[in-house]
Design a protein around this ligand. Structure first.
Ligand code: GLA
Length: 735
């Protein structure tokens, strides 16, 4: 159930308690975090504290100087020099807001308690409800607003951030992700200095290629993985966003997060409720990895479809055959992945098209009919093949798009996003265009596509949902001329509506969010999607960097990570299979390769890896992450581990990132183990002629965490198998 539905559900079933405001202080708590606000009736809502859980005594005694405490949701108009979360123009042209607390409600839901602070403007019938949803099973507080009014004329919303958080100045460092297609999730870390830091997205469709809507603040100096106080924030939105951190002349870094207001002025009519997306906040005393663990737990329980169900090991056809799809080829790939122990085969792009066959990226998007020239037995034939090989079957679609060379475009040219009186701007293949999801007919078309596939072929187990274009030319044929600035917002409302309808009817379906690789790694889409494609770049070495960054906010269960061919199709780098396997095994393992080009020895290595992955899968996909040595620190090695919740099993990954003769690499100290438990070590995916010195030996968690194991820098293999790559995966288990 979507968060808001859960709240509404709770509203119906569970009594709503209205608290007396005489106490003033509002305490929002998770198992280990406290957010404290001051909400005096008739006064402004003030921020008092956010951080480690407070005792009752601390709450009682914390001093809040009402006059100087920062506003919890800063408004424009009566303090014009500061940054604001909300800025509006009332129907009569007045540009100011001055809101006071009217009431506070607490709504108890399953695994959460939501505090609603209701505020009204002192002059206008203009209202903002600020929500704080605190989970009881995860250290995350989601906060968002609902904005509405009863003014005669529409109110223009010029800025409408979801939330604001003041962060006390000191030696605060920001960690965030940046990148580009094929190089997503690059970790950036820098101290916050005076001035404004803006992290934004304006793609219109996808929002995580270049920047990410999630950040972490290390509060006590240079960021550390397993020590130090950290505040994490993730905006749960699929569209354009803006994160602002303003360091002005006050004691605070002012952090704002919300929908990007640029070219999106919203004209709000009387009675309509404008709901901003949730900003998820967490605080950890255990460094960046600690904040990641909080996000991962929350995500698995509440923000990722089937977040606690183990994922299947799959083969995707894309890098194996690209558009060259035919029945025999698919059958052969299914046979191969089944023989290696895989559980699912996904047929990628190239299977559809009637009048225009999809042989490359220049045509056919929108014409979702099976190309029987390539697949004479249709999807039925492929499902029968999958059944024969005892695996599941999945299929690729790109529902939000069309090509100008398609029957869909010929029939509905008005469905595409285009600027009135201007030439159509096209994307991929020179002919790709984006469908206008603000239009309910387009929403129906997309729902019907999935519904049609699932009704006709109920055996489909998995959908790869792609999105390979941005909104390039602003214009909707559906929206009224006066509402053209609503396009970006309405697109994502439409997208979410379709996702909701699909999930209502097909709750069990597995759906991957792909968007030219990692364009849709965000918590706006994840409630409807099981996983995302981290990047179109499958180069194992570069993936270490991308997956490292992505793991700051997203758990391994959601990060599709595939073994691909060598030389790599994106970087042309040649990397031995062992290393490619060891990297892919740290996420949701899959393959993206033509197995018929692999040798019997390579297939056997993959078969064993898949077998061992199945054994460690619960630890990787459901366990706690501890990042140990960052590839970004340029120490020649990167290392991380996953530990199960009982601290009985762990998987340790070690990848060499540079190769020199007589180099010196740090010995890696483990983390997250139980110091008093004794762990037995077993190497997985072993290729060496002789076992590691510690193979089968047992060590205390204390020793492993304070000292760590000496990992040989190179593999001991026959001369012709030597390479410049080296990696290890160790399985630790309490006997
Ligand atoms: C995008 C995806 C790829 C693949 C192709 C198919 O680029 O990211 O994984 O599905 O589209 O055209």
């Amino acid at each position: 159930m979507k968060t808001i539905e859960k709240v509404l559900f709770a509203l119906v079933l569970i009594p709503v308690f209205t608290f007396s405001l005489s106490a003033n202080k509002i305490c929002v708590t998770t198992p280990n975090n406290t957010l404290l606000l001051s909400a005096e009736e008739g006064s402004e809502l003030k921020f008092v504290y956010y951080g480690d859980k407070l005792s009752e005594g601390d709450i009682e005694n914390i001093f809040c100087n009402e006059k100087y405490a920062p506003a919890a949701y800063p408004l424009y108009g009566m303090n014009c020099q500061g940054e604001s979360a909300l800025a509006v123009k009332h129907g009569d042209g007045n540009m100011t807001l001055q809101m006071v607390v009217m009431d506070v409600e607490k709504i108890t839901g399953e695994n959460s308690e939501t505090t609603v602070v209701k505020m009204k403007d002192k002059v206008f019938p203009f209202y903002v409800n600020v929500f704080y949803k605190a989970y009881t099973d995860a250290d995350v507080i989601e906060t968002w607003t609902e904005i509405f009014h009863h003014e005669k004329k529409n109110v223009e919303l010029n800025n409408f951030a979801s939330a604001y958080l003041p962060i006390r100045r000191g030696d605060v460092w920001l960690s965030y992700l940046y990148g580009s297609w094929g190089n997503e999730g690059r970790l950036m870390q820098e101290p916050l200095k005076a001035g404004m830091k803006v992290i934004k997205n304006k793609d219109g469709v996808r929002n995580s290629h270049t920047s990410h809507a999630e950040v972490m603040f290390s509060l006590d100096g240079r960021p550390q993985e397993n020590h130090g106080n950290v505040v994490g924030a993730a905006l749960c939105y699929s569209g354009n966003y803006k994160l602002r951190i303003d360091t002005d002349d006050s004691e605070y870094h002012h952090f704002f997060a919300g929908i990007n207001e640029e070219n999106s002025t919203y004209s709000l009519p009387k009675g309509e409720v404008f709901r901003t997306p949730e900003l998820a906040l967490t605080f950890s005393r255990e460094g960046l990895s600690g904040a990641s663990r909080h996000f991962h737990t929350w995500a698995r329980f509440h923000k990722i479809a089937h977040g606690t169900t183990l994922r299947k090991v799959l083969l995707n056809s894309w890098e194996g055959v690209y558009f060259d799809i035919d029945q025999e080829g698919m059958d052969q790939m299914m046979n191969d992945i089944a023989s290696m122990g895989g559980e699912l085969f996904v047929m990628d792009d190239g299977w559809f098209g009637g009048k225009y066959p999809r042989n490359n990226d220049t045509s056919s998007l929108g014409d979702w009919v099976v190309d029987t020239r390539k697949l004479p037995q249709g999807i039925e034939g492929l499902l029968a093949d999958a059944e024969k090989h005892k695996i599941k079957f999945g299929i690729w679609i790109e529902p939000e798009m069309a090509n100008t060379v398609s029957e869909l475009f010929e029939k509905h040219p008005e469905w595409v996003i285009e600027s009135d009186q201007r030439p159509l701007v096209t994307g991929r293949g020179g002919t790709q265009v984006v469908l206008d999801l603000s239009n309910p007919e387009v929403q129906d078309f997309i729902f019907d596509l999935v519904d049609g596939l699932m009704t006709k072929y109920p055996g489909i187990d998995y959908i790869k949902w792609d999105a390979n274009m941005s909104i390039t030319n602003h214009g909707s044929n559906y929206l009224d001329k006066s509402k053209q600035s609503h396009l970006y917002i309405e697109y994502h409302r439409g997208f979410e509506k379709v996702c909701q309808r699909i999930r209502e009817k097909y709750p069990q379906l597995t759906i991957q969010a792909c968007a030219s690789g990692g364009g849709r790694a965000n918590y706006g889409v994840m409630p409807y999607f099981d996983e995302f494609w981290v990047s179109d770049n499958t180069d194992a070495l570069q993936r270490i960097y991308m997956q490292w960054g992505t793991s700051y906010f997203f758990p391994a269960i959601a990060m599709a990570s595939h073994i691909s061919a060598t030389p790599n199709h994106q970087t042309s780098r040649s990397i031995p299979l062992k290393y490619r396997i060891d990297v892919a095994m740290s996420g949701r393992l899959g393959m993206e390769i033509q197995p018929k080009n692999m040798t019997a020895e390579e297939k056997e290595l993959c078969r064993k890896a898949i077998e061992e992955y199945k054994m460690i899968r619960p630890v990787v996909q459901l366990g706690d992450i501890y990042r140990l040595v960052s590839p970004y620190d340029d120490l020649g090695v990167a290392s991380l581990m996953y530990v199960d919740s009982d601290k009985e099993q762990a998987v340790f990954y070690w990848w060499k990132t540079e190769h020199f003769v007589n180099q010196h690499l740090p010995r890696v100290k483990m983390a997250g183990l139980d110091a008093d438990k004794i762990y037995t070590i077993r190497e997985l995916n072993r290729i060496d002629n002789k076992p590691l010195p510690f193979e089968g030996k047992s060590f205390s968690g204390r020793y492993l965490m304070s000292n760590g194991l000496e990992i040989p820098y190179n593999h001991t293999v026959d001369y012709h198998k030597k390479s410049d790559y080296s990696s290890r995966v160790l399985y630790l288990e309490v006997q």
